[in-house]
Design a protein around this ligand. Structure first.
Ligand SMILES: Cc1cc2nc3c(=O)[nH]c(=O)nc-3n(C[C@H](O)[C@H](O)[C@H](O)COP(=O)(O)OP(=O)(O)OC[C@H]3O[C@@H](n4cnc5c(N)ncnc54)[C@H](O)[C@@H]3O)c2cc1C
Length: 273
């Protein structure tokens, strides 16, 4: 590793000035994934975000605001923010690996990675989360995380931008959820995962699948399946047959295709209880 410059700004303006100077700046949050990349020489200028005042979790009339530097461990079941959507956020945060990683891994780093097997990422997509980002210049922009999820798997979701916070809209604050996964062991990365979100009036019925294609598959408008979720696997069969499925040492494309329908049904059934 060769680092030419290390910066530790205390305000967002300084980060923006540094982003303007060189696009090859690496924004460092918890470092759980970035540090190994830096060791491999991914960048020579690091901007450490740890002193920015972005570790908040605030509930406002428009929804829940999660600062980019909030750690996953701080979303404990006891925190007010974690009870959002009947506890989906706390449950999803707990699925993001052991406590020593969650103590440092941040919401911002997780969003930037946009990893389709991350349960927390799938939960944010199911809850229609928005990212508030700034670039080197211009006003802050609000971007639906679902548009970031459509990007190619090898692209950096936030390239050239600093994520300030994630906004979870109030509309889904009381949603019920279901979560179903298969993995080689309970703590291992999911092979396939499904997160379902259903509003109390059942006007929003969504299932997000991860680990099937390179990007999460967002299935919205599933109201017709609420009387009988058992119909879901068959109804999804055509759609899943057309997808180019991931196939790796964790599971073949065929296995993932089969499990996707089954897990979607399980997650939706849980959300409807
Ligand atoms: C062994 C291992 C297992 C893992 N298992 C899981 C898992 O089970 N579930 C899961 O969800 N994740 C998992 N992860 C991924 C990782 O923990 C998450 O992606 C994490 O939240 C990254 O956060 P961080 O703060 O450590 O980010 P960093 O490593 O500091 O940064 C990651 C990326 O995000 C960018 N970034 C960080 N903050 C911002 C910001 N505010 N604005 C713009 N860009 C930013 C960085 O520039 C970098 O490109 C795993 C990682 C490892 C190494």
């Amino acid at each position: 590793m060769h680092l030419a410059e290390y910066h530790r700004p205390v305000d967002v303006m300084t980060v923006r000035r540094l982003l303007a100077r060189t696009p090859a700046v690496a924004l460092l949050a918890g470092g759980t994934t970035l540090v190994p990349e830096l060791m491999a020489g991914a960048a020579d200028t690091v901007v450490d975000l740890c002193d920015l005042p972005l570790a908040f979790a605030d509930i406002h009339p428009d929804g829940l605001h999660l600062g980019a530097l909030l750690t996953l461990a701080s979303l404990t079941p006891a925190s007010a923010a974690a009870s959002w959507a009947n506890g989906l956020l706390a449950r999803a945060a707990q699925a993001a690996g052991p406590i020593n990683r969650r103590n440092v891994a941040t919401v911002g780093g997780l969003v930037a990675r946009a990893d389709s097997t991350s349960i927390f990422w799938l939960a944010l997509l199911a809850l229609e989360a928005q990212a508030i980002v700034v670039a080197a210049d211009g006003p802050p922009r609000q971007v639906a995380l679902r548009t970031l999820a459509d990007m190619p798997a090898d692209a950096s979701a936030l390239s050239g931008h600093l994520l300030l916070e994630v906004l979870l809209p109030q509309r889904l604050a009381q949603a019920r959820y279901g979560l179903a996964t298969v993995a080689r062991t309970p703590r291992d990365e999911a092979i396939v995962a499904a997160v379902a979100v259903v509003t109390p009036t059942r006007t929003t019925v969504t299932v997000v699948l991860g680990g099937v294609t390179g990007q999460p598959l967002v299935l919205s408008g599933l109201q017709e399946f609420t009387p009988d979720p058992a119909r879901l696997p068959e109804a999804l069969a055509d759609l899943l047959a057309r997808q180019e499925m991931v196939s790796d040492f964790r599971g073949s494309a065929d296995y993932r295709r089969q499990m996707a329908g089954i897990l979607a049904r399980r997650a939706l059934s849980q959300a409807l209880v």
